[in-house]
Design a protein around this ligand. Structure first.
Ligand SMILES: [Zn+2]
Length: 297
């Protein structure tokens, strides 16, 4: 009898964890805000931005839950980020300050998921604020364009990169884009061959930055553009980051290439107003997305 009770309890326990991690019938997405920036005038975030408006950019991870695979597009900041961040210079700690840390894995675990429920991580690029949660998922493969990993490993320095996250024995998988154009981008990868999730290359901000198109059953279409622009205002007005920010922090690996990609996304934004453009850090756009544990499908 005791054994039966124990077995029943065990089955219930298993049932409660697997329920959260059960494969969905349809593609669904949820945004996990892992931290907020400490705030800065909008003029710091985009050329021509307002000095009178304070922006509190966010550091998100996007949970993408597809019947054939569950992954994070970016990880945001993770459990070890305070320690990693402490090694930065005083100036960089001020410039890049964050608050309200709530790592993706903490949020997932509160909802009954485990790290092993994530099949892979697909970072938009390899900067600290997009990959800071990587150590929380030590056994999860990471899919990248080889050019992005090469740049990060050979030239990546603090504060933009955390070199310790880019070495080691982790499984780095090569993203293979084909020559099939998609929405004006020359190369693309249809992740599960159903036109729901399409990766395109957006090199400029870093080498090998990628964007993700998400086409939901509801008809809603979204385009996650990493850090091509920090704000939708930058996309709408086709304005890059301010030059003085580039001088201080060397934000873009190739400023001209990034401006070219931004121009392309700006045109797409004008031609297709129904397509929601999602710059990773724009807190106003983030509010238009379902916040985990809520999903949108
Ligand atoms: Zn960023």
């Amino acid at each position: 009898m005791k054994r039966l009770i124990a077995l029943t309890f065990f089955a219930l326990l298993l049932g409660s964890t697997s329920q959260a991690a059960e494969r969905p019938q349809h593609l669904r997405i949820a945004l996990l805000i892992t931290a907020h920036s400490a705030g800065s005038p909008e003029a710091f975030t985009v050329s021509g931005g307002r000095w009178s408006i304070e922006r509190k950019l966010v550091h998100p991870a996007l949970l993408v839950d597809h019947p054939q695979g569950r992954f994070l597009f970016d990880t945001g900041l993770g459990r070890e980020i305070d320690h990693a961040f402490a090694a930065n210079s005083w100036l960089n700690r001020k410039l890049l300050a964050y608050e309200q840390l709530d790592p993706a894995l903490d949020q997932l675990e509160r909802a009954g998921y485990q790290a092993g429920d994530i099949d892979f991580i697909l970072p938009s690029h390899l900067h600290w604020d997009h990959l800071g949660g990587l150590p929380d998922f030590p056994d999860t493969p990471v899919k990248v364009l080889p050019s992005g990993l090469q740049e990060a490993r050979e030239h990546g320095q603090r504060p933009a990169f955390l070199p310790e996250h880019l070495q080691g024995t982790r499984e780095w998988q090569r993203l293979q884009l084909s020559d099939t154009p998609y929405m004006g981008f020359a190369r693309s990868l249809d992740l599960f061959d159903d036109q729901r999730l399409v990766v395109v290359e957006l090199s400029g901000h870093t080498a090998g930055q990628v964007g993700l198109f998400v086409n939901l059953d509801s008809g809603r279409r979204l385009f996650f553009i990493g850090d091509t622009s920090w704000t939708l205002r930058g996309v709408a007005q086709n304005r890059s980051r301010p030059l003085f920010v580039q001088w201080i922090a060397h934000v873009d690996s190739d400023r001209e290439a990034n401006a070219h990609v931004l121009q392309q996304i700006h045109q797409l934004h004008q031609q297709q107003p129904d397509l929601l453009i999602v710059p990773a850090h724009d807190e106003e756009v983030a509010r238009q997305l379902a916040q985990f544990p809520q999903f949108e499908d």
